[in-house]
Structures are given as C-alpha cells and as structure tokens.
Design a protein around this ligand. Structure first.
Ligand code: FAD
Ligand code: FES
Length: 253
C-alpha cells in the first residue's frame, strides 16, 4: 500500500451520471490487482474530511496510470467531478483483497451499474493470460451502460441488460445468469440487491462478490466497514475484502 501524490490526466463525462478519471500514479498502478481499490482525498480542503473508495477499472504500467469509472452520487463525487487535468490528488492504494481467478473455469463476469469498473480490470487480466471471458452488464437504461469502449480495446464484448429494455435483455442483468453457469466461475460487482440475487443463483458454482460497503479509514483501523459471514462471524470489507467468496458472506439486511 502506498500514498501517492497523483496527477489528474483526464476526468471526462462518460454518461449522464458517470465519469472516467485517469490518474498518473505509477507506484500504485504497478502493484494494483483486479478488485482492489484506491482511497482518494477528493479535495484539498477539509471538506469532505473522509477519503472516498473507488475500484481500479484499468491500469497501464508503462504509462503509470490508473483509470477509475465513477458515478456522481453525493458531495465527495461531485468534488471529484470538478477536478481538472493537471490537478494533484492524494491517493492511497492499492487496498483490499481482489478477485482470485480460478483455473479450469470460464470466467462469467456480472456487473450492475458502475459495478462494472473492477470487472473491466478483471476482464483485461483474463484476456492477457489467454482466457475466454463472458461479461454481462446491467444498467437502468442504455445511456448508463458504461465501460464498453474500454472492453473493446482488448476484445471483450459485453452482453447488455437494461431495466427499461432500451438495450439488450429487458430486466435485471441477473436474468441472463441462470442459463450460463455450466463450467463457469462467477465474478460479480454491483448493487447489494444484484449481489444477493447472484449469490442465490450461483449457489452450486464458485462465485466471488465485490462488496461496496460504506467505508471510512479503508485500512482496517476504524472497524466501520464490517459485514456478516454466514457462520455468524464478521469480516472487514476494506482489508478482508472487498472481494469475498459468495458462499462465505451474508448479504441480508
Ligand atoms: C471498495 C469500494 C469500491 C468502490 N468503487 C466504486 C467505483 O468504482 N465507482 C463508483 O462510482 N463508486 C464506487 N464505490 C462507491 C463510492 O465510494 C461512493 O459512491 C462514494 O464514496 C460516495 O461518495 P459521495 O461523497 O459522493 O456520496 P455521499 O454524499 O457520501 O453519499 C451519497 C450516497 O451514496 C451512499 N454511499 C456513500 N458511500 C458509499 C459507499 N462507499 N458505497 C456505497 N454507497 C455509498 C450514501 O449512502 C448516499 O446514499 C466504491 C465503494 C467501495 C467501498
Ligand atoms: S473502513 Fe475502517 S476498518 Fe474498514
């Protein structure tokens, strides 16, 4: 884990609610793995005080860059959206435990909304090591399906699902999962309701879930991000996760 003074290289609108940020942070870019995240100080002022966590969506070791895809939902992400190329930002990372790619199984990636971000990095790594990848991506409407231009760069087409039927399958992305589980290992990232559904559907196959709980310190010190396990224990999302075995964690409530 490193604390790096990163330079903003790009911060552009991708979709009505989503932006793509490229940061020059060579040390973190070199050591990041799919499913890990960075903790950003979104602004130099004391407000907001707490860092905000974002998954690494891509990294380029040669250029020393990290790409994030984020949705503007509140004050911290609105401040992030104001950052301009050339601005400096304090970045802590890479943090957490990422996806563990299982040998002998075709990876089935399931992303909901901006949850697609860590799956882009995972898909790129899978392609780099010669694996076939299937990626299912869901959003409320076609304009909010993001990440496809990144995925195409390394030859991954996604199978889309939209709640309003404006593109691909009409309905939740989990509606595409059931018929595709044979010989697959599932890697999912998205909102809690989607992850709960994936957990149910993937009961009989290996599956890993990237959980995006609310976080404060990001390094295991505040104990504010704990989640429950099925055996009654507790795990910290920031250091034990954010990626967990789907059969280990309890997502109820
Ligand atoms: C490991 C991890 C990886 C993440 N990766 C991404 C990513 O790649 N792209 C992306 O857009 N977002 C990602 N998030 C979520 C992102 O951190 C939150 O959306 C962001 O912190 C909200 O900050 P804010 O100040 O704009 O919103 P706030 O004003 O703090 O909150 C606005 C709304 O978002 C909710 N919220 C706040 N923090 C979180 C959180 N950590 N997770 C979920 N909901 C939250 C609040 O309950 C509230 O409803 C990730 C979160 C985690 C824990
Ligand atoms: S966010 Fe502080 S312990 Fe996880």
């Amino acid at each position: 884990m490193r604390l790096e003074g990163a330079r903003v290289e790009e911060n552009r609108l991708l979709a009505p609610e989503h932006r793509r940020m490229v940061l020059h942070a060579p040390d973190i870019a070199t050591s990041a793995a799919p499913g890990q995240f960075v903790h950003l100080r979104v602004h130099d002022s004391l407000h907001p005080l707490l860092r905000r966590p974002f998954s690494v969506a891509r990294r380029d070791v040669t250029a020393g860059t990290l790409t994030l895809i984020y949705r503007v939902v509140g004050e911290g992400t609105a401040r992030l959206a104001d950052r301009r190329p050339g601005d400096r930002m304090d970045v802590l990372g890479p943090l957490g435990r990422g996806f563990r790619m299982l040998p002998g199984k075709i990876p089935l990636l399931v992303g909901g909304g901006v949850g697609i971000a860590p799956l882009i990095f995972l898909a790129e790594e899978a392609r780099r090591t010669g694996r076939q990848v299937e990626l299912l991506a869901g959003a409320r409407t076609a304009a909010l399906l993001v990440g496809e231009e990144d995925l195409r760069e390394f030859g991954v087409e996604c199978c889309p699902a939209t709640d309003d039927g404006s593109r691909g399958y009409r309905g939740p992305v989990t509606g595409l999962v059931a018929g595709r589980l044979d010989g697959r290992a599932v890697y999912a990232s998205g909102p809690p309701a989607m992850l709960r559904q994936v957990q149910l559907l993937a009961e009989s196959v290996p599956a890993q879930l990237c959980i995006e709980g609310v976080m404060a310190c990001g390094v295991g010190a505040c104990l504010g991000c704990s989640c429950r396990t099925r055996d009654g224990g507790r795990r910290l999302v920031c250091t034990d996760g954010p990626v967990f075995d789907a059969h280990e964690v309890s997502l109820d409530g």
